[in-house]
Design a protein around this ligand. Structure first.
Ligand SMILES: [Zn+2]
Length: 303
Protein backbone atom coordinates (compact mmCIF):
# COMPACT_ATOMS: atom_id res chain seq x y z
CA UNK A 1 0.00 0.00 0.00
CA UNK A 2 1.27 3.43 -0.89
CA UNK A 3 1.74 5.73 2.03
CA UNK A 4 0.75 9.04 0.48
CA UNK A 5 -2.51 10.94 0.15
CA UNK A 6 -5.21 10.05 -2.33
CA UNK A 7 -3.98 10.95 -5.80
CA UNK A 8 -7.21 11.30 -7.78
CA UNK A 9 -10.62 12.36 -6.62
CA UNK A 10 -13.32 12.81 -9.24
CA UNK A 11 -14.87 15.94 -7.77
CA UNK A 12 -11.69 17.62 -6.53
CA UNK A 13 -10.16 18.40 -9.92
CA UNK A 14 -11.24 21.96 -10.68
CA UNK A 15 -8.66 24.05 -12.53
CA UNK A 16 -10.17 27.54 -12.63
CA UNK A 17 -9.02 30.50 -10.61
CA UNK A 18 -12.12 31.35 -8.56
CA UNK A 19 -11.14 35.07 -8.57
CA UNK A 20 -13.02 35.65 -5.33
CA UNK A 21 -11.84 39.26 -5.24
CA UNK A 22 -13.77 39.97 -8.46
CA UNK A 23 -17.10 38.91 -6.97
CA UNK A 24 -17.76 42.41 -5.59
CA UNK A 25 -16.24 44.27 -8.56
CA UNK A 26 -19.38 45.32 -10.44
CA UNK A 27 -17.49 46.95 -13.32
CA UNK A 28 -15.40 43.81 -13.89
CA UNK A 29 -18.48 41.59 -13.66
CA UNK A 30 -20.36 43.78 -16.12
CA UNK A 31 -17.50 43.71 -18.63
CA UNK A 32 -17.13 39.96 -18.27
CA UNK A 33 -20.85 39.42 -18.84
CA UNK A 34 -20.76 41.55 -22.01
CA UNK A 35 -17.80 39.63 -23.42
CA UNK A 36 -19.08 37.14 -26.03
CA UNK A 37 -16.19 34.80 -25.13
CA UNK A 38 -17.59 34.41 -21.62
CA UNK A 39 -19.04 30.96 -21.02
CA UNK A 40 -22.18 30.27 -19.05
CA UNK A 41 -23.17 26.88 -17.67
CA UNK A 42 -26.92 26.65 -17.08
CA UNK A 43 -28.01 24.38 -14.22
CA UNK A 44 -31.47 23.04 -13.49
CA UNK A 45 -32.24 20.58 -10.69
CA UNK A 46 -28.62 19.45 -10.45
CA UNK A 47 -28.24 18.84 -14.16
CA UNK A 48 -26.35 20.66 -16.90
CA UNK A 49 -25.99 20.10 -20.63
CA UNK A 50 -23.29 17.65 -21.68
CA UNK A 51 -22.11 16.30 -25.01
CA UNK A 52 -21.05 12.66 -24.91
CA UNK A 53 -18.81 10.93 -27.42
CA UNK A 54 -15.20 10.01 -26.78
CA UNK A 55 -14.71 12.65 -24.10
CA UNK A 56 -17.78 14.08 -22.40
CA UNK A 57 -17.75 17.86 -22.02
CA UNK A 58 -19.96 20.61 -20.65
CA UNK A 59 -21.97 22.66 -23.14
CA UNK A 60 -21.74 26.40 -22.53
CA UNK A 61 -23.86 29.22 -23.85
CA UNK A 62 -22.72 32.82 -24.37
CA UNK A 63 -24.20 35.33 -21.89
CA UNK A 64 -26.70 36.50 -24.50
CA UNK A 65 -28.28 33.04 -24.55
CA UNK A 66 -28.31 32.48 -20.80
CA UNK A 67 -31.60 32.56 -18.88
CA UNK A 68 -32.38 35.80 -17.07
CA UNK A 69 -31.79 35.81 -13.36
CA UNK A 70 -28.90 35.23 -10.98
CA UNK A 71 -25.35 35.09 -12.33
CA UNK A 72 -22.83 33.18 -10.27
CA UNK A 73 -19.17 33.82 -11.05
CA UNK A 74 -17.43 30.44 -11.12
CA UNK A 75 -13.93 31.49 -12.16
CA UNK A 76 -11.47 32.40 -14.89
CA UNK A 77 -9.24 30.08 -16.93
CA UNK A 78 -5.61 30.56 -17.95
CA UNK A 79 -6.67 32.29 -21.17
CA UNK A 80 -8.65 34.87 -19.19
CA UNK A 81 -12.06 33.48 -20.17
CA UNK A 82 -14.68 33.97 -17.48
CA UNK A 83 -17.18 31.25 -16.50
CA UNK A 84 -20.55 31.91 -14.92
CA UNK A 85 -23.30 29.65 -13.72
CA UNK A 86 -26.94 30.55 -13.93
CA UNK A 87 -30.03 28.67 -12.81
CA UNK A 88 -32.83 28.21 -15.26
CA UNK A 89 -34.35 26.02 -17.92
CA UNK A 90 -31.70 24.16 -19.91
CA UNK A 91 -31.53 25.54 -23.46
CA UNK A 92 -32.30 23.21 -26.36
CA UNK A 93 -28.99 22.48 -28.06
CA UNK A 94 -28.61 19.77 -30.65
CA UNK A 95 -26.38 16.91 -29.52
CA UNK A 96 -26.45 17.96 -25.87
CA UNK A 97 -28.28 16.15 -23.11
CA UNK A 98 -28.90 16.85 -19.42
CA UNK A 99 -26.65 15.07 -16.95
CA UNK A 100 -25.76 15.41 -13.29
CA UNK A 101 -22.81 14.76 -11.01
CA UNK A 102 -23.45 11.07 -10.44
CA UNK A 103 -23.49 10.34 -14.15
CA UNK A 104 -20.66 12.50 -15.45
CA UNK A 105 -18.68 13.81 -12.45
CA UNK A 106 -15.95 11.21 -12.99
CA UNK A 107 -16.07 11.32 -16.81
CA UNK A 108 -15.65 15.03 -17.45
CA UNK A 109 -12.23 16.61 -17.77
CA UNK A 110 -10.68 18.40 -14.82
CA UNK A 111 -11.99 21.89 -15.62
CA UNK A 112 -15.51 20.75 -16.40
CA UNK A 113 -15.76 18.44 -13.40
CA UNK A 114 -14.80 21.36 -11.17
CA UNK A 115 -17.32 23.67 -12.84
CA UNK A 116 -20.12 21.13 -12.50
CA UNK A 117 -19.34 20.51 -8.82
CA UNK A 118 -19.24 24.25 -8.08
CA UNK A 119 -22.43 25.14 -9.94
CA UNK A 120 -24.44 22.25 -8.49
CA UNK A 121 -23.30 23.17 -4.97
CA UNK A 122 -24.38 26.78 -5.50
CA UNK A 123 -27.73 25.75 -6.96
CA UNK A 124 -28.52 23.56 -3.95
CA UNK A 125 -27.48 26.29 -1.51
CA UNK A 126 -29.52 29.04 -3.15
CA UNK A 127 -32.55 26.75 -3.47
CA UNK A 128 -32.55 25.86 0.22
CA UNK A 129 -31.55 29.22 1.74
CA UNK A 130 -33.86 31.84 0.35
CA UNK A 131 -34.78 33.23 3.76
CA UNK A 132 -32.77 34.73 6.58
CA UNK A 133 -32.19 32.18 9.37
CA UNK A 134 -32.40 35.02 11.93
CA UNK A 135 -35.61 36.82 10.98
CA UNK A 136 -37.15 34.95 8.06
CA UNK A 137 -37.00 37.82 5.56
CA UNK A 138 -36.24 36.92 1.96
CA UNK A 139 -32.52 37.41 1.33
CA UNK A 140 -30.92 38.85 -1.80
CA UNK A 141 -27.95 37.48 -3.71
CA UNK A 142 -24.63 39.35 -3.60
CA UNK A 143 -20.98 38.70 -4.38
CA UNK A 144 -21.77 37.14 -7.73
CA UNK A 145 -23.72 34.33 -6.11
CA UNK A 146 -21.50 33.58 -3.12
CA UNK A 147 -23.32 35.52 -0.38
CA UNK A 148 -26.96 36.10 0.52
CA UNK A 149 -27.76 39.24 2.49
CA UNK A 150 -30.81 39.92 4.64
CA UNK A 151 -32.36 43.32 3.78
CA UNK A 152 -34.08 43.50 7.18
CA UNK A 153 -31.14 43.01 9.55
CA UNK A 154 -28.13 43.21 7.22
CA UNK A 155 -26.82 39.75 8.15
CA UNK A 156 -24.65 37.96 5.59
CA UNK A 157 -25.05 34.27 4.85
CA UNK A 158 -22.42 32.21 3.08
CA UNK A 159 -22.74 28.89 1.27
CA UNK A 160 -23.00 26.07 3.77
CA UNK A 161 -20.88 22.92 3.65
CA UNK A 162 -21.50 19.95 5.93
CA UNK A 163 -18.29 18.09 6.83
CA UNK A 164 -18.58 14.31 6.81
CA UNK A 165 -15.81 11.86 7.69
CA UNK A 166 -15.36 8.61 5.79
CA UNK A 167 -12.84 6.10 7.01
CA UNK A 168 -11.09 2.98 5.88
CA UNK A 169 -10.60 0.90 9.04
CA UNK A 170 -7.95 -1.84 8.99
CA UNK A 171 -7.21 -4.54 11.55
CA UNK A 172 -3.91 -6.14 12.56
CA UNK A 173 -4.07 -8.49 9.56
CA UNK A 174 -4.54 -5.50 7.20
CA UNK A 175 -8.11 -6.51 6.44
CA UNK A 176 -10.64 -3.73 5.80
CA UNK A 177 -14.05 -3.29 7.34
CA UNK A 178 -16.96 -3.08 4.91
CA UNK A 179 -20.56 -2.56 5.94
CA UNK A 180 -24.03 -2.30 4.47
CA UNK A 181 -26.39 0.55 5.28
CA UNK A 182 -30.08 -0.19 5.96
CA UNK A 183 -31.36 1.35 2.71
CA UNK A 184 -28.78 -0.23 0.42
CA UNK A 185 -29.25 -3.11 -2.05
CA UNK A 186 -28.37 -6.52 -0.62
CA UNK A 187 -25.00 -6.76 -2.38
CA UNK A 188 -23.78 -3.21 -1.70
CA UNK A 189 -20.90 -2.67 0.73
CA UNK A 190 -18.77 0.32 1.60
CA UNK A 191 -16.63 1.79 4.33
CA UNK A 192 -18.04 3.66 7.33
CA UNK A 193 -18.94 7.34 7.21
CA UNK A 194 -20.84 9.95 9.16
CA UNK A 195 -21.39 13.66 9.72
CA UNK A 196 -19.18 15.65 12.02
CA UNK A 197 -21.10 16.88 15.08
CA UNK A 198 -20.98 20.39 16.57
CA UNK A 199 -17.99 20.90 18.82
CA UNK A 200 -16.12 17.88 17.50
CA UNK A 201 -12.80 17.52 15.69
CA UNK A 202 -12.52 15.39 12.57
CA UNK A 203 -10.42 12.80 14.41
CA UNK A 204 -12.98 12.61 17.20
CA UNK A 205 -15.75 12.19 14.63
CA UNK A 206 -13.91 9.25 13.02
CA UNK A 207 -13.46 7.50 16.37
CA UNK A 208 -17.04 8.18 17.49
CA UNK A 209 -18.62 6.98 14.25
CA UNK A 210 -16.65 3.72 14.21
CA UNK A 211 -17.51 3.10 17.86
CA UNK A 212 -21.20 3.90 17.32
CA UNK A 213 -21.62 1.96 14.10
CA UNK A 214 -19.69 -1.23 14.86
CA UNK A 215 -18.43 -0.93 18.46
CA UNK A 216 -14.72 -0.77 17.62
CA UNK A 217 -12.05 1.44 19.22
CA UNK A 218 -9.62 2.89 16.65
CA UNK A 219 -6.18 4.52 16.77
CA UNK A 220 -3.79 6.18 14.29
CA UNK A 221 -6.48 8.24 12.59
CA UNK A 222 -4.84 9.74 9.50
CA UNK A 223 -6.23 12.22 6.99
CA UNK A 224 -5.83 11.23 3.32
CA UNK A 225 -7.79 13.72 1.24
CA UNK A 226 -11.17 15.32 0.59
CA UNK A 227 -13.68 16.05 -2.09
CA UNK A 228 -16.89 18.04 -2.22
CA UNK A 229 -20.08 16.02 -2.47
CA UNK A 230 -22.75 18.64 -3.10
CA UNK A 231 -25.69 16.23 -2.88
CA UNK A 232 -26.75 18.54 -1.39
CA UNK A 233 -23.83 20.05 0.54
CA UNK A 234 -21.35 17.60 2.02
CA UNK A 235 -17.59 17.77 2.08
CA UNK A 236 -16.23 14.24 2.34
CA UNK A 237 -13.06 14.01 4.43
CA UNK A 238 -11.22 10.73 3.91
CA UNK A 239 -9.30 8.99 6.69
CA UNK A 240 -7.73 5.71 7.58
CA UNK A 241 -7.70 4.26 11.08
CA UNK A 242 -6.51 1.07 12.74
CA UNK A 243 -7.98 -1.22 15.33
CA UNK A 244 -6.17 -3.67 17.58
CA UNK A 245 -6.91 -7.15 18.81
CA UNK A 246 -9.91 -9.29 18.14
CA UNK A 247 -12.76 -7.05 19.25
CA UNK A 248 -16.08 -8.50 18.03
CA UNK A 249 -18.09 -6.30 15.67
CA UNK A 250 -21.31 -4.97 17.19
CA UNK A 251 -23.21 -3.34 14.30
CA UNK A 252 -25.77 -0.73 15.33
CA UNK A 253 -28.96 -2.01 13.65
CA UNK A 254 -30.17 1.55 13.09
CA UNK A 255 -27.20 2.33 10.86
CA UNK A 256 -25.59 -0.95 9.78
CA UNK A 257 -27.29 -4.12 8.55
CA UNK A 258 -24.11 -6.12 8.55
CA UNK A 259 -20.37 -5.56 8.73
CA UNK A 260 -17.39 -7.81 8.08
CA UNK A 261 -13.62 -7.87 7.59
CA UNK A 262 -12.15 -8.56 4.15
CA UNK A 263 -8.70 -9.51 2.97
CA UNK A 264 -7.78 -8.44 -0.57
CA UNK A 265 -8.39 -11.99 -1.82
CA UNK A 266 -11.75 -12.19 -0.05
CA UNK A 267 -12.84 -8.87 -1.50
CA UNK A 268 -11.79 -9.91 -5.00
CA UNK A 269 -13.57 -13.25 -4.64
CA UNK A 270 -16.78 -11.64 -3.37
CA UNK A 271 -16.82 -9.17 -6.28
CA UNK A 272 -15.97 -11.87 -8.83
CA UNK A 273 -18.79 -14.06 -7.46
CA UNK A 274 -21.27 -11.20 -7.82
CA UNK A 275 -21.93 -11.18 -4.07
CA UNK A 276 -20.52 -7.73 -3.44
CA UNK A 277 -20.74 -4.42 -5.28
CA UNK A 278 -18.16 -1.88 -4.21
CA UNK A 279 -18.62 1.90 -4.50
CA UNK A 280 -18.11 3.47 -7.95
CA UNK A 281 -15.03 5.53 -8.79
CA UNK A 282 -16.88 8.84 -8.35
CA UNK A 283 -16.81 8.32 -4.59
CA UNK A 284 -13.95 8.91 -2.19
CA UNK A 285 -14.89 5.52 -0.68
CA UNK A 286 -13.77 3.78 -3.87
CA UNK A 287 -10.51 5.69 -3.94
CA UNK A 288 -9.76 4.77 -0.31
CA UNK A 289 -10.52 1.10 -0.96
CA UNK A 290 -8.39 1.08 -4.14
CA UNK A 291 -5.50 2.70 -2.29
CA UNK A 292 -5.57 -0.19 0.19
CA UNK A 293 -6.25 -2.80 -2.50
CA UNK A 294 -3.33 -1.60 -4.61
CA UNK A 295 -5.16 -0.84 -7.85
CA UNK A 296 -8.51 -0.99 -9.54
CA UNK A 297 -11.07 -3.39 -8.17
CA UNK A 298 -12.44 -6.12 -10.45
CA UNK A 299 -15.64 -5.24 -12.34
CA UNK A 300 -15.12 -1.54 -11.70
CA UNK A 301 -17.76 0.36 -13.64
CA UNK A 302 -16.55 3.12 -15.95
CA UNK A 303 -18.47 5.57 -13.80
ZN1 LIG B 1 -32.79 38.77 8.68
Amino acid sequence: MTDGPLEWLALARGTLDRVALKRRDDAWLDTAWKDPKTRVVVVQDGRVLVTFGPSPALVFVPPGRAPDGDRWLLGVDDAGTAYFGTPGPLPAIEGAEPAGLRRVGALLGDRDSGLLTHVVALEHWHRDNRHCPRCGAETRVESAGHVRVCPADGSQHFPRVDPAVIMLVTDEADRILLARGPQWPADRRSILAGFVEPGESLEQAVAREVEEEVGLPVRDVRYLGSQPWPLPRSLMLGFMARTDGDVPLRPDPEEILDAAWYTRAELRAAIDAGELVAPGPLSIAAQLIMRWYGGELPNMPAF
